[in-house]
Design a protein around this ligand. Structure first.
Ligand code: SIN
Length: 507
C-alpha cells in the first residue's frame, strides 16, 4: 500500500494521491472553484496524528454568509432548468459519477483515511458504499412515476404529478465523509433538485473531491454546490431559514437536529433528519451460533471505532450464554484489534475523531466503573499512539442506571448487560427515546417475529450485525429522526405530490 517514508506527515501523504485534481481547497459554487469572500480559512487535520504538527493535511477556504447566499441563488436559478430535464438524462449523470468514483476509489479512500482516521480497508469500503448510492439513484431516476386515480365524479380524473421540491440544503457529518453526501445528493439529483452542501468541517476534502468528480461527469452548473465552512451553526441557520431552500436533509446529533428543526419552522421546510441512536444488540439463548453473534457484535459495535449512528450501544446477552459470549468476544478482539494510523498496513481500528469524542468515551467508562461495571477488555486512553486513540473496550455488569445505557457513546466501548427473559429484554431495549437501529440473534420463528415487532426502531438486523446498503430504507423513529434515505423510498423526500383534477371528461 504505502511505504513507511510517506507516514511522516499528512501534507506529504496527500501529495501521494495519484489524481491531484481531487484535492480542492476552495468552495464549489455554480461550477466554479471560488475563494471565500472574506478569505478566511481553516485547517483540516488527520485525527491519527493529532497533536503533532504533521497532523495538518490542508488549509481550506471557509465560505461566508455572502458565499452561501450566492450559492443558493445560483442553485435556485439552476433548478429552473434542471427540473425540466428527463429522468433518463439525470440517470446518465449519476451513472457517470458512480463510474468516476470507482475509477478514483483508491485516492478517495486515502483522502478519507487522512481526514477521518478510519483504516484504509474501511475507507475503501466506504467509497464503494458511497458510489453505490449514485448507481442506485441512477436506476431510480427514470422510474419516478405519478399516478392516475379514478374520481368519485364520473367526468373527473385525478392526475398525480411527482415534481422535484427545489433547492435542497444538505448538512453532513464527518463519520462517513463520502457516503452521507452521496445518499442524499443521489436522491436529490435523481428527482431534478439542485443542492447546496455544507460538509462537516472535520472532513471537507472528501466532499470537495465529489464536487470535482461531478464537474468531470458534466453536472450542469449550480446543481451541486459544496461550501466548506468552519462555522456549522452559521451555515446551518442560514440554510434552514433561507426561503429559497425548500428542503433540508441533515445527518448528525439529535441535539443539533432539534435546533435545525426550530430554525426551519419559519419557512416550514420539508425535513429529513437522520439523528442519534442507542441501538440494542440482543443475543437470545436460542442463538444458532455464538461465534457468528460475536462477529456481528464486533461489526456493529466497533465499525469506525464505534462512530456510526447505527452502532450497537447496549449489548444484552442472555444469562445462560453470557460467560461464553463474553469469553469469545474478548478472544476475538485479542486476535483482531490492531490500533493505529489507518494508512499503516495491518491496522484494523483507527482513532476517535477529536478531543470531544474522547471526553465522552472516558466519561462513559468512568461513570460505569464508578457504579460497579468491570473492565473486561481495554479500558485505557492510548496516548502512546496519539491524542485521539482509545482502546477498544468491553465493560461487564453494566446496569440501566449507568450513563452508557442511556446515552450514545459514539466511541469504541461495548457494555454487556445480562438478561433473563424476552419481556425483560424487550422492555430494557425500548427504554430509550431513540429508535434508529437494533439487532438481535435468535432462531425460534415465533420469537423472531415477536421481538421484531416489539423493538421500537427504524431498522433491525436479525442474525446479522451489518445492515446497511443502498437498497435499505435507512432512517429512524422517535428522537432518531424521520425520513428514509437510500432504497426506492429515498426519492420521496425530494418530491412534492401535485394533484390535478381534470374535469369535463366525456367518455
Ligand atoms: C451513520 O452512521 O449515520 C450511517 C451508517 C451507515 O450508513 O451505515
Amino acid at each position: 500500500m504505502f511505504s513507511k517514508r510517506f507516514y511522516s506527515s499528512s501534507s506529504k501523504m496527500i501529495s501521494q494521491i495519484k489524481n491531484q485534481n481531487l484535492i480542492k481547497t476552495k468552495g464549489f459554487i455554480n461550477g466554479q472553484w471560488v475563494s471565500s469572500s472574506s478569505n478566511e480559512s481553516f485547517v483540516v487535520t488527520n485525527p491519527a496524528l493529532v497533536p503533532k504538527n504533521e497532523a495538518v493535511i490542508e488549509t481550506v477556504q471557509s465560505m461566508t454568509e455572502d458565499d452561501y447566499n450566492k450559492a443558493i441563488d445560483y442553485a435556485y436559478d439552476s433548478f429552473e432548468k434542471f427540473k425540466k430535464t428527463t429522468g433518463r438524462y439525470r440517470s446518465g449523470l449519476l451513472l457517470r459519477l458512480y463510474e468516476l468514483m470507482i475509477e478514483n476509489q483508491e485516492d478517495l479512500a486515502k483522502l478519507c483515511v487522512l481526514e477521518n482516521g478510519k483504516p484504509y480497508a474501511d475507507a475503501l469500503g466506504e467509497v464503494k458504499y458511497a458510489a453505490s448510492f449514485f448507481q442506485w439513484f441512477s436506476e431510480e431516476a427514470p422510474r419516478i412515476n405519478g399516478d392516475i386515480i379514478p374520481s368519485a365524479n364520473p367526468q373527473n380524473r385525478i392526475l398525480v404529478l411527482k415534481q422535484p421540491i427545489g433547492v435542497c440544503g444538505i448538512l453532513t457529518p464527518w463519520n462517513f465523509p463520502l457516503a452521507m453526501i452521496t445518499r442524499k445528493v443521489g436522491a436529490a439529483i435523481a428527482t431534478g433538485c439542485t443542492t447546496v452542501i455544507k460538509p462537516a468541517s472535520e472532513t471537507p476534502l472528501s466532499a470537495l473531491a465529489i464536487a470535482y468528480l461531478a464537474q468531470e461527469a458534466g453536472f450542469p452548473e449550480g446543481t451541486i454546490n459544496v461550501l466548506p465552512c468552519k462555522s456549522s451553526s452559521m451555515a446551518g441557520k442560514l440554510i434552514c431559514e433561507h426561503p429559497k431552500i425548500k428542503k433540508v436533509s441533515f445527518t448528525g446529533s439529535t441535539g443539533v437536529g432539534s435546533i435545525l428543526m426550530k430554525q426551519s419552522s419559519s419557512t416550514l421546510k420539508k425535513l429529513s433528519m437522520e439523528l442519534g441512536g442507542n441501538a440494542p444488540f440482543i443475543v437470545f439463548d436460542d442463538v444458532k451460533d455464538i461465534d457468528k453473534a460475536v462477529q456481528g457484535a464486533i461489526a456493529s459495535k466497533f465499525r469506525s471505532s464505534g462512530q456510526t449512528c447505527v452502532c450497537a450501544n447496549r449489548l444484552f446477552i442472555h444469562e445462560s450464554i453470557y460467560d461464553d459470549f463474553k469469553d469469545k468476544l474478548i478472544s476475538k478482539l485479542k486476535e483482531t484489534v490492531v490500533l493505529g494510523d489507518g494508512l499503516k498496513e495491518g491496522v484494523t481500528y483507527g482513532p476517535v475523531i477529536n478531543e470531544r469524542s474522547m471526553k465522552k468515551v472516558r466519561e462513559h467508562i468512568e461513570d460505569a466503573t464508578g457504579k460497579g461495571a468491570k473492565i473486561l477488555f481495554g479500558g485505557n486512553k492510548r496516548e502512546d499512539l496519539g491524542a485521539n486513540f482509545h482502546d477498544l473496550t468491553v465493560l461487564g455488569d453494566v446496569t440501566t442506571e449507568m450513563q452508557i445505557f442511556n446515552d450514545e457513546t459514539f466511541g469504541p466501548v461495548a457494555p454487556l448487560i445480562k438478561f433473563k427473559s424476552d419481556d425483560e429484554v424487550i422492555k430494557m431495549a425500548n427504554d430509550t427515546q431513540f429508535g434508529l437501529a437494533g439487532y438481535f440473534y435468535a432462531t425460534d420463528v415465533s420469537r423472531v417475529f415477536k421481538v421484531a415487532e416489539a423493538i421500537n426502531v427504524g431498522m433491525l438486523g436479525i442474525n446479522t450485525g451489518a445492515i446497511t446498503e443502498a437498497a435499505l430504507p435507512f432512517g429512524g423513529i422517535g428522537e432518531s429522526g424521520f425520513g428514509r434515505e437510500g432504497s426506492k423510498f429515498g426519492v420521496d423526500d425530494y418530491l412534492i405530490i401535485k394533484s390535478c383534477v381534470l374535469g369535463s371528461v366525456d367518455v
